[in-house]
Design a protein around this ligand. Structure first.
Ligand code: C5P
Length: 235
């Protein structure tokens, strides 16, 4: 059995700055989005991808058309995103082929995480297949000491980091459970920053699967340089 993945790429990337959305910046001859899609589609257990785009995205056609030839060797479908991450992922879930059922496990992966390792996908898929009701996400324990900021940037407290993890993607859940969690978030206007949070708001406790620290989320120009460096080392 193979799994579909929804890739939200409808964000405008306000934090990064610049004219081209960050997922369309080029690194080593390919866009960030293309690196991300190639990493996912290169895994034998991934069936296909739904890319969620901003309405009227002018950059996607170039990505999907490699000089008249299909640019991908597995199905890549598109959906139009909404004004929140939850709405965008929901739109992607609705676009999944009809043979994907409510109990089927699906993944969600940020367009802005191009450095996904096959071994991390292996680990997540294995862990969640063993606990399909619970679902799970890739993450890593926090390494730095964490301070809570108080007045005028003074330290109000030091947080106990032993139980704190960073949340990455992919995140993997049963399609029906994730859809209803996201619909609930959307109708209540709750702000979520990942899919696990939507599940948690329904009382779920998804698994934390330890992944590689270099599963970068491209957020600033320095992250691009870091990704370029990692690619160079891989070659
Ligand atoms: O803004 P942030 O970096 O957290 O976005 C994570 C991912 O979600 C990005 O790939 C972005 O394109 C996507 N997104 C989306 N629709 C939104 C907001 C964000 O598809 N409305």
């Amino acid at each position: 059995e193979r799994h579909w993945c929804v890739v939200p790429a409808a964000g405008t990337g306000q934090r990064f700055g610049g004219v081209v959305p960050k997922q369309y910046l080029q690194v080593a001859g390919r866009t960030i989005l293309r690196h991300t899609l190639d990493a996912l589609l290169g895994h034998p257990l991934i069936a296909g991808v739904v890319v969620v785009l901003a309405a009227g995205d002018p950059h996607w056609p170039d990505e999907a058309d490699a000089h008249g030839k299909p640019a991908f060797d597995k199905p890549v479908l598109t959906a139009i995103g909404g004004d929140s991450r939850a709405a965008s992922v929901l739109s992607g879930l609705e676009r999944l082929p009809a043979d994907v059922g409510d109990a089927d496990l699906v993944l969600v992966h940020d367009a802005a995480r191009p450095n996904l390792a096959l071994s991390d996908l292996d680990a997540l898929i294995a862990a969640v297949r063993a606990n399909p009701q619970q679902g799970g996400i890739l993450g890593a324990p926090v390494r730095d000491t964490l301070k809570r900021a108080g007045e005028k940037r003074s330290i109000a407290a030091t947080e106990a980091r032993e139980q704190l993890w960073r949340a990455f993607t992919p995140q993997m859940f049963a399609r029906g459970a994730l859809s209803s969690a996201l619909r609930s978030v959307r109708s209540k206007g709750e702000a979520i920053t990942d899919e696990a949070m939507a599940m948690e708001l329904q009382g779920a406790h998804p698994l934390l699967v330890e992944g590689r620290e270099d599963n970068l989320k491209i957020t600033t120009p320095a992250d691009l340089v870091h990704f370029e460096f990692l690619l160079g080392r891989r070659a």
